[in-house]
Design a protein around this ligand. Structure first.
Ligand code: ADP
Length: 511
């Protein structure tokens, strides 16, 4: 029996899983590590913690009776995107890695736009605008603020690619994760020479770029001994956690898109061509599917809005839920079901943490609009769920403007656990919505499948996903509810422009 490992270097911990060729999960292990915030806006981790967690979880998975180590043929790597591992000439880590959620680089983002010749030019070169979380501004921050460390810098690797280096000795990355560095010519799937030159960064700082299923090396003999794996075990490119999670849910062909209602909300779709939103509202990255791309819209407070409401205004439900052995969200949704579709004319704007798509505006805030004496708490809950789903529809609208035909929406993330919210997605988005029931679903599962492709078990990742990923029963739009939401959506869309100026002024009040 052939076995494949998927290792996901997450922010709170590392998860390793083992699957067989049919996609059954044979074993899974996680190990956590700390996140440090030495100053406001800073977010760092020690790459050594990732390595120790990798060793621990791989060994734990291999110790499971279902997994015989000598049958492990290949490993796929996934991880938190955008992080910067700075290495010196001896491959020593120069300073802790700056992570995706580190916000110290606003000045460097401006510098990048300026050196690139403006925001539009930058989007032309690397398909995306400069965001503080991306990797390129972190490198410039090192040069601007820690010149003695920059002097020693020989390589910059992404988190999972540092683990690859420790496993195989190779400096390599793959297209999906490299897209989030803001240094990849996403259309041509190679480092952007014009941008590197404008930023005065040498291409030798970066690893060789592979496609996600390509073999990037085999285990170093001493590492194979340390982990208890065969030295012939291959390591494939893998993917950044967004693309890897999409693969784990089968989002590998045109028309099948995915919504994720976690703390943040994501609308993710596959594209055969490198479409770029000239306004930069959607991210365009290389996909983990060979020669293909993906785009995504991001809402910063999706499930997070419902979580806020639970904590701020439904605290008593926690006690009731504990007594009845239920989840507080279930009780909240029972109340929401009592309100009609459209929550009796109540609209909610889910901009509790500012917004990314479609309004890149950190000053945006949440709002209930249309409150009357008759609104119950259930109506508030329902309008929050509707507002979050309208925000997903904003991304869908941009996607459709780009000419993409959507045939099916796969619902993922904590919010997709609720059949009521899945039906609401179908009614508001106007498409059939299905949950994935594959055991995996996550990023580690997606890269374990890529490992199976790299080892030759499948011809390509599309074939692997078709063979392994199963979906649950579909929710189809209810025509009455859909008709209502189609009328309400333009009103929802008109609210942000109406409030934009006030948001700025409110921000000024609380400075
Ligand atoms: P994270 O993004 O933090 O990994 P999850 O994907 O687990 O989180 O999603 C968490 C969110 O999912 C919560 O904030 C909540 O809005 C939503 N959620 C969790 N459980 C339920 C449920 N039973 N019904 C509806 N929504 C839920």
């Amino acid at each position: 029996m052939s076995i494949f490992l998927g290792i996901d270097i997450g922010t709170s911990g590392t998860k390793t899983i083992a699957i067989d060729v049919a996609g059954n999960i044979l074993a899974s292990a996680t190990a956590e590590y700390p996140l440090s915030h030495p100053k406001p806006l800073w977010s760092e981790q020690d790459p050594e913690d990732w390595w120790q967690a990798t060793i621990q979880t791989v060994r734990q998975v291999l110790s499971t009776p279902e997994v015989s180590a000598d049958q492990v043929q290949a490993i796929g790597l996934s991880g938190q995107m955008h992080g910067s591992v700075f290495l010196d000439v001896n491959d020593k880590v120069i300073r802790p890695a700056l992570l995706w959620n580190d916000q110290r680089t606003a000045a460097e983002c401006d510098e990048i736009e300026q050196r690139a010749g403006g925001r539009e030019k930058l989007i032309e070169m690397v398909a995306n605008p400069a965001l503080t979380g991306f990797t390129a501004p972190k490198i410039l921050w090192l040069r601007n603020h820690e010149p003695e460390n920059f002097e020693r810098l020989r390589k910059v690797l992404l988190p999972k690619d540092e683990i690859r280096r420790r496993l195989t000795g190779e400096y390599a990355t793959e297209v999906s994760d490299a897209s989030g560095m803001l240094l990849l010519d996403v259309k041509n799937r190679q480092w952007s020479k014009p941008l590197l030159s404008a930023l005065e960064l040498d291409e030798s700082l970066f690893g060789k770029v592979y496609e996600s299923e390509e073999v990037t090396g085999t285990l170093k003999p001493e590492v194979a001994d340390l982990l208890g794996l065969p030295a012939s075990c291959k390591v494939v490119g893998g993917a950044g956690d967004c693309a890897a999670g999409a693969v784990g849910n089968g989002i590998v062909e045109t028309g099948v898109v995915c919504t994720s209602l976690g703390t943040s909300g994501v609308f993710f779709f596959h594209s055969d061509t490198p479409e770029v939103d000239p306004q930069g509202r959607l991210h365009t990255f290389c996909h983990a599917v060979h020669g293909k791309w993906h785009m995504m819209g991001v809402n910063l407070a999706a499930g997070g809005s419902l979580q806020w409401f639970r904590n701020a205004l439904c605290a008593h439900l926690k006690e009731v839920a504990a007594q009845e052995g239920k989840d507080p969200y279930e009780l909240m949704i029972e109340e929401a079901k009592q309100a009609p579709a459209g929550s009796d004319g109540l609209l909610f704007l889910p901009y509790l943490a500012g917004e990314r798509t479609p309004h890149a505006d950190p000053m945006a805030r949440g709002a209930f609009v249309g409150l009357t004496m008759s609104h119950s708490r259930g109506a508030l809950t329902r309008s929050i769920m509707e507002g979050v789903t309208y925000a997903l529809r904003d991304s869908l609208t941009i996607v459709e403007e780009l000419g993409v035909e959507v045939s099916e929406i796969r619902a993922t993330g904590g919010g997709a656990r609720s059949p009521f919210w899945r039906q609401m997605q179908a009614d508001i988005l106007g498409h059939s919505v299905v949950p994935t029931t594959s055991e995996g679903g996550g990023a580690a599962y997606g890269v374990a499948l890529l490992a199976a492709v790299g080892a030759g078990a499948y011809q390509d990742i599309t074939e692997a996903c078709r063979a392994t990923i199963k979906t649950g029963p579909a929710c189809t739009p209810n025509s009455e509810a859909k008709a209502y939401y189609d009328r309400a959506f333009p009103i929802y869309q008109s609210l942000y422009p109406a409030l934009k100026q006030s948001y700025q002024e409110i921000g000024g009040l609380t400075e």
